[in-house]
Design a protein around this ligand. Structure first.
Ligand SMILES: *[C@@H]1O[C@H](CO)[C@@H](O)[C@H](O)[C@H]1NC(C)=O
Ligand SMILES: *[C@@H]1O[C@H](CO)[C@@H](O)[C@H](O)[C@H]1NC(C)=O
Length: 310
């Protein structure tokens, strides 16, 4: 059944379709070597940790910026209304996951979000929604309960609608990255989320995740150009930047000044991390040096938008 349907799809376009299974297999190899994955409870606690963050992010910003602030920032009045609906969704996600977890729920942490005005809040919202999509996509394989998997799927697709609306209807930019969203491993997502977390209650269960050291990218980076990557480079090993977009991943060696050329085909939101592995398939928790960091390459409606082959 499975191979018959793959053959039928492949017949429609061998060149583009044949890349998909291998890219997915590469992703599985690269990021999911863990012999003992997290339990369903831990996956839900991880999801609740992210939903708590999103809920507080929207609630705080909307209490800070009223309709007049959105108007002064140049947004039509439906923007704040929709963002209020999104804030409600995040609150619903928190309630649902808290109910599912019962006494194993994790409470809100304290956060530090770096937006300074309405525009930077909306920009950060788009990136957080992207990370949310990547988080659910990457964690889905660990969920053993089919019921929880369905819940995760419908939250994921809703977060993707949020992201697409914020990026395109509000931001006037691309609603998607490519044919595939980018799955991220738990530690990678936690690295991005922990940048906003100041502290969590001691009573929260410890999650089986860790944050890697911070990676930052010099201003003005662009596809096809050299960019500088800043991290704690105290190791003498040769380092590589691994670029992730959709199901594709590519390693580019860093030069002696920690610069690397960004692949010219990258579009939309891209994650980059530094590893000592020269092969994306060999990236593991043990050889990640720093990151991921988020890069964003907006593109217009007239640009070709192929999946990143890696
Ligand atoms: C939650 O309650 C269940 C029994 O209903 C118990 O087995 C479990 O240890 C409790 N967990 C916590 C974190 O208190
Ligand atoms: C690294 O920086 C030094 C000093 O600016 C420069 O001379 C050298 O050419 C750079 N190396 C590369 C590979 O660009």
């Amino acid at each position: 059944m499975k191979s018959a349907s793959i053959a039928a799809i492949a017949a429609l376009g061998a060149a583009s379709v044949s890349a998909v299974p291998s890219a997915y297999a590469e992703f599985k190899n690269a990021l999911h070597r863990r012999a003992d994955g997290p339990t369903d409870t831990q996956v839900l606690q991880y999801a609740l940790t992210l939903e708590n963050l999103e809920k507080r992010f929207y609630a705080d910003a909307l209490s800070q910026f009223d309709e007049a602030a959105f108007e002064a920032a140049g947004y039509p009045n439906w923007v704040r209304g929709r963002l209020s609906q999104i804030a409600g969704h995040e609150s619903d996600h928190v309630s649902l996951l808290s109910t599912a977890l019962g006494n194993d729920s994790v409470a809100e942490c304290t956060y530090n979000f770096p937006y300074t005005d309405v525009k930077s809040f909306v920009g950060l919202a788009t990136l957080l929604e992207n990370v949310g999509v990547s988080a659910y996509a990457g964690a889905a394989q660990y969920i053993t309960s089919k019921d929880y998997l369905t819940v995760a799927a419908v939250i994921l697709s809703t977060e993707a609608r949020h992201q697409a609306w914020e990026s395109s209807a509000v931001g006037g930019s691309n609603p998607w990255g490519s044919a595939y969203d980018t799955p991220l491993d738990l530690n990678m997502v936690y690295t991005l989320a922990s940048a906003f977390i100041t502290s969590c209650p001691d009573s929260n269960a410890a999650l089986p995740v860790k944050a890697y050291p911070t990676l930052t990218i010099g201003e003005g980076y662009a596809p096809g150009s050299s960019a500088s990557f800043t991290f704690d480079d105290s190791h003498s090993a040769t380092n590589y930047v691994i670029f992730y977009e959709g199901l594709g991943a590519r390693a580019v060696q860093l030069d002696e000044n920690d610069s690397a050329t960004i692949p010219s085909e990258l579009q939309g939101v891209v994650y980059a991390l530094v590893s000592t592995s020269s092969d994306p398939k060999g990236v593991t928790t043990d050889n990640i040096v720093a990151g991921p960091a988020i890069l964003n390459f907006p593109f217009d409606a007239w640009t070709e938008n192929p999946a990143f082959a890696g």
